[in-house]
Each structure stands twice: as structure tokens, then as C-alpha cells.
Ligand binder design. Structure first.
Ligand code: ATR
Length: 288
């Protein structure tokens, strides 16, 4: 990736975007969007925007007034962005959170949530032959990420989704709220029979992430053909994925979800639907 012009700078018509969060220093989004901006030679900039929750509303309005094309919104502001938007995509409304805001030419704020899209596109790219309607899925966890994954799987035609969560009530509330007969709450930890006929296992909990306890799960009853995926991407090969791979199951790591969820925003703000490639994965993972 050689810059076309080593002295390339922003111009008077550069398109501006960024990621708002508190903290935001951990975010990989500036590196990811920065890579695409350089790769496609776009006159634009994507910056980290550390915004304290109390300043969120004022900052969002200011960014619009400053001529930004849009922003990504990360924890803890994904829910806060919902009431600020003039229009919400169907998936943002159903997920109950916004991670991508676009400022329209007429000043309206359009809210979208691309987490479920990112989850599904990652699986489509890494496991292109997977037929999500061919068997039940097991989803571990009942937080915000779980909700995006559940909605994506329902839309993909999953015949049944079993949710297991340490706090069972949270899984029950989520199932009640989504209100689809294909969702069934099961015990945590999983009973052996829960896995015996499943097509897909997804970890949406923070277990297995660097600094967090490991996810204890017995995969003994899982069919060898079942796809196993994790939304945790640090480390890339979580214990869950390592265990599944060692017994012969196909596995997909969580980095691609992060990369693919960024595509709709980049497309809207900078005009190109960018590609997720191995080079991008290596770049995002490499130290600065
Ligand atoms: P996110 O929005 O990223 O999904 P979250 O809402 O904080 O984050 O949800 C984190 C998920 O990880 C939850 O399902 C949580 O389980 P609880 O609802 O019981 O809290 C799960 N989780 C986090 N730490 C856990 C642990 N030590 N054991 C089991 N589950 C854990």
C-alpha cells in the first residue's frame, strides 16, 4: 500500500468522519478506516473522538454543524445515540442501539446498526457454504452483542436459536422482547444435549477475551460439522475456537465482524464499499 503522493494532505473539500466513545483510545476503527482511505486514495479523514457521555448530545450536533459526513458510536453511547437520530434503520430499531450515524445534506441524523450485518458478512466470507437455515444455533450471552447476533440469525432463516446466559433472567427478557417463537432460553452452563443437533455455536460473552476468565464449555456432544465462532478477537484464537478446531469443527474468528461492520458507514461517508482482505486483517492487528 504505497501512498500515491507522499505529501498528500487534506483539502478544502475533504470528507470527515470518526468514532465517538469514552474511552476511545482502544478503538481500532481509525486504523481500519485510515487503511481504506489510503488504499482507495480518498480525500478524507477518520479520527478518534473522545467524548464524555455528558457531552454526547452536544458533540453529535457540533459534528453535524462542522460538516462531518458521519460518525461511528461506541460503548457506552450506542443507546444514547438512538433518541438523537431523526430516522432509524429497521435493524437499529430492532437491535435497540445505533453504531453508525450519517449526517444527511438536509441536516437530519440517520441512525443505523451494522453489528449484525458485520457478524453475518464475516461468516459469509469465511464459511461461504454455511446454510444457516439447516439447523439450530446456540448463542452464548445476552448483552448488546447477543441481540445483534440473534436478529441477524433470525433474518437469515435460522430455524431455532438457543440462548444461554449466566444470568438467565437477562436471556428471558431478551427473548420476550424480541418475541420470536424460534428463540428458546436454555441452561447455562449448557446441558450436553443442547449441542447434539446444532449447526452453529456463537460466543457473544466477554469470556475468553484478554484479561477475562476463559469460557468453560464442553463441546463433546457437538456435531463435527458445526461451525463455531466467537465475537472476541483478542486473542484471535480464543480457547473456544482452539478447542473446536482441535476436534475438527470449522471455526471463524471475531476480527472479521469488526471489519465488516465498518463497511456500511465507510460506503455512505466516502462513497466506496470497501473490501475486507487478509492485508487489512494483518494491518489492523499489527502494532503501530
Ligand atoms: P455486550 O453489549 O458487549 O454484549 P454486555 O451487555 O456487558 O456486553 O454483556 C456481556 C455478556 O457477557 C453477558 O451475557 C454477560 O453475562 P451476564 O448477563 O450474566 O452478566 C456475559 N459475561 C460477562 N462476564 C461473564 C462471566 N464471568 N461469566 C459468564 N458470563 C459472563
Amino acid at each position: 500500500m504505497t501512498p500515491r503522493n507522499p505529501f498528500r494532505t487534506l483539502s478544502g473539500t475533504s470528507r470527515l468522519a470518526g468514532v465517538m466513545g469514552w474511552p476511545v483510545s482502544h478503538s481500532k476503527s481509525p486504523r481500519l478506516h485510515g487503511y481504506w482511505l489510503a488504499k482507495y486514495g480518498i480525500d478524507g479523514c477518520y479520527m478518534p473522538l473522545p467524548v464524555e457521555p455528558d457531552n454526547f448530545q452536544a458533540a453529535l450536533i457540533s459534528l453535524r454543524n462542522l460538516g462531518f459526513s458521519g460518525v461511528n458510536v461506541t460503548i457506552p453511547q450506542k443507546e444514547m445515540a438512538m433518541p438523537e437520530c431523526d430516522e432509524l434503520s429497521d435493524r437499529a430499531r430492532r437491535i435497540g442501539a445505533v453504531n453508525t450515524v450519517t449526517f444527511a445534506k438536509d441536516g437530519r441524523m440517520l441512525g443505523d446498526n451494522t453489528d449484525g450485518f458485520g457478524f453475518m458478512e464475516n461468516l459469509r466470507q469465511e464459511a461461504p457454504n454455511a446454510a444457516f437455515c439447516s439447523g439450530p444455533a446456540v448463542v452464548l450471552g445476552a448483552g448488546g452483542a447477543s441481540r445483534a447476533v440473534l436478529i441477524a440469525l433470525l433474518d437469515e432463516g435460522s430455524p431455532q436459536i438457543r440462548i444461554a446466559n449466566r444470568t438467565r433472567k437477562r436471556a428471558e427478557d431478551l427473548a420476550t422482547e424480541i418475541n420470536d417463537p424460534r428463540i428458546k432460553v436454555v441452561d447455562w452452563p449448557l446441558a450436553p444435549e443442547t449441542l447434539c443437533d446444532v449447526f452453529l455455536v456463537v460466543n457473544t460473552t466477554s469470556l475468553g477475551m484478554v484479561g477475562q476468565p476463559k469460557l468453560e464449555i464442553d463441546l463433546d456432544g457437538l456435531p463435527k460439522s458445526a461451525l463455531v465462532t466467537d465475537i472476541v478477537y483478542a486473542p484471535l484464537m480464543t480457547d473456544l475456537l482452539g478447542q473446536a478446531k482441535a476436534r475438527g469443527n470449522p471455526v471463524v474468528d471475531g476480527l472479521g465482524m469488526l471489519l465488516h461492520q465498518a463497511r456500511p458507514g465507510f460506503h455512505r461517508w466516502f462513497g466506496i464499499d470497501p473490501e475486507v482482505t487478509q492485508e487489512l486483517r494483518d494491518f489492523v492487528l499489527s502494532p503501530d
